[in-house]
Design a protein around this ligand. Structure first.
Ligand SMILES: *Cc1c(COP(=O)(O)O)cnc(C)c1O
Length: 422
């Protein structure tokens, strides 16, 4: 159950009418439901409450300080992929001992900062990175807790741009090299081996892919044991899919299947477990609210041109993502629909939010809600065409708060500096 339903003819976010919000917040803006985030986090933790599990929310899905504060209060840890994300997690009150640091290329400065914070674990993705962390840790008198991220060479059955666990992806240490890299780790001075890690992709609904990857890690753990290398935790990464279209499996069903696979293997695992869900926690907790500027029929189709664009929500352009779109005012049951492309004002033909979509007939000035925009939305927005980053609003029951204002044009332009020789 998500917290966006029609009530008295208007779409609500929890107890607030979106139409009312549009009179106070200029469109486009992101709008998140605090209780939706809490509910998703709770469902995920409940699924593993009988196991020694730590949930490290993957910040890259949505790293707004207010969102992180909600999760910190629920007891979440964090999975970060940059110093910026690490700083965001700490600032929101997520303790360092619940933070894991992933990513294929952490810089020296990032490693030094993370060592100084004494984070739970570095998820290491290459032998050279392992050396680098060892050198930096030794030099500063630290010892770095590490996991090796293993690339199990499984096909997660997801979009090519969000698949990360195949041998031709840049991520992780090839399965066949893993033993040698663990042996290297065991002999390096600044390194403490803590765990083993995987992350095979995102928006995974072919749950059997997790099964194959976990099986691969388990046999590796057994092999390591024979070499007297002990693993204290296994990190399953993130990647659990969510419901975007009416044809997709329900999130509850996906979570149940996923949990069944983890439980199936749990008996063979006498170690702690880490999960790194991102999308599952926030994707369906957010809407992008936008206004129709023009409706433009051309020879072969009709364009609904809205005030949000690919710079605000790049997922359709980047990943062929499908986002449900609802009018903010509830259409009559017998309202006529028409096939349209929903596009933004950016000067790119790739600037679309939906193509060949059946939408009830809309007019300029009407408001639309783009669903499933809580993950990989605001975080990947940019200022292309000198468009301002858009605001983010949080609703919690009958309260709302502007959790990130849209910067002014002056702010945007003031980032540039003109050399005095011009
Ligand atoms: C992106 C990412 C996640 C989160 O993935 P979701 O599909 O959003 O759950 C977790 N771990 C790592 C290492 C990632 O890169």
């Amino acid at each position: 159950m998500h917290h966006f339903d029609y009530n008295n003819g208007t779409l609500m976010v929890e107890n607030l009418s979106i139409e009312a919000l549009t009179s106070r917040y200029p469109t486009p803006f992101y709008c998140y439901s605090a209780n939706s985030i809490r509910q998703q986090y709770q469902a995920f933790t409940d699924a593993f409450s009988d196991l020694p599990a730590l949930i490290c929310y993957a910040l890259k899905a949505n790293s707004n300080q207010a969102v992180l504060t909600i999760l910190a209060k629920q007891g979440a840890g964090a999975d970060v992929v940059s110093e910026g994300e690490l700083r965001r997690a700490l600032k929101a009150g997520i303790p360092a001992h619940k933070i894991v640091f992933s990513g294929v290329a952490k810089t020296e400065r990032e490693i030094e900062f993370a060592l100084a914070q004494d984070i739970l674990c570095f998820n290491v993705e290459s032998a050279t990175e392992l050396q680098q962390i060892s050198n930096l840790a030794s030099a500063s008198g630290h010892s770095a807790n590490i996991s090796l991220r293993i690339n199990p060479d499984v096909d997660a059955g997801t979009h090519a741009k969000i698949s990360t666990g195949k041998s031709d992806n840049k991520f992780g240490i090839p399965y066949l090299d893993a033993l040698a890299v663990y042996q290297l780790a065991a002999n390096l001075p600044g390194i403490q081996i803590k765990g083993i890690d995987m992350h095979i992709g995102s928006q995974i609904s072919t749950i059997s892919a997790f099964d194959a990857a976990i099986e691969c890690l388990l046999s590796l753990i057994e092999q390591l044991k024979e070499h007297h290398i002990n693993i204290e935790h296994i990190d399953f990464g993130g990647g659990l899919g969510v419901t975007y279209t009416d044809q997709d499996k329900s999130e509850q069903a996906l979570l149940e299947e996923y949990s069944a696979i983890i439980h199936k293997h749990a008996g063979r695992l006498s170690c702690k477990m880490i999960f790194e869900p991102g999308r599952f926690i926030t994707a369906n907790a957010g809407l992008l609210i936008t206004q129709v500027i023009h409706v433009k029929p051309v020879q072969k189709k009709t364009f609904v041109i809205i005030d949000a664009a690919m710079n605000d929500l790049i997922r359709p352009t980047l990943y062929d993502a499908w986002h449900k779109i609802s009018p903010v005012l509830e259409p009559a049951a017998n309202a006529v629909t028409q096939m349209v492309d929903v596009v933004g004002p950016v000067c790119e033909s790739g600037d679309y939010i939906a193509q060949d979509r059946a939408l009830t007939v809309v007019k300029s000035g009407e408001f639309l809600a783009i669903h499933s925009a809580g993950a990989y939305g605001a975080v990947s927005s940019n200022t292309y065409n000198s468009r301002r980053l858009i605001a983010e609003v949080l609703v919690d029951g009958d309260r709302d708060h502007l959790i990130r204002p849209s910067p002014s044009y002056e702010d945007l332009i003031a980032l540039d500096s003109i050399p005095n020789w011009l």
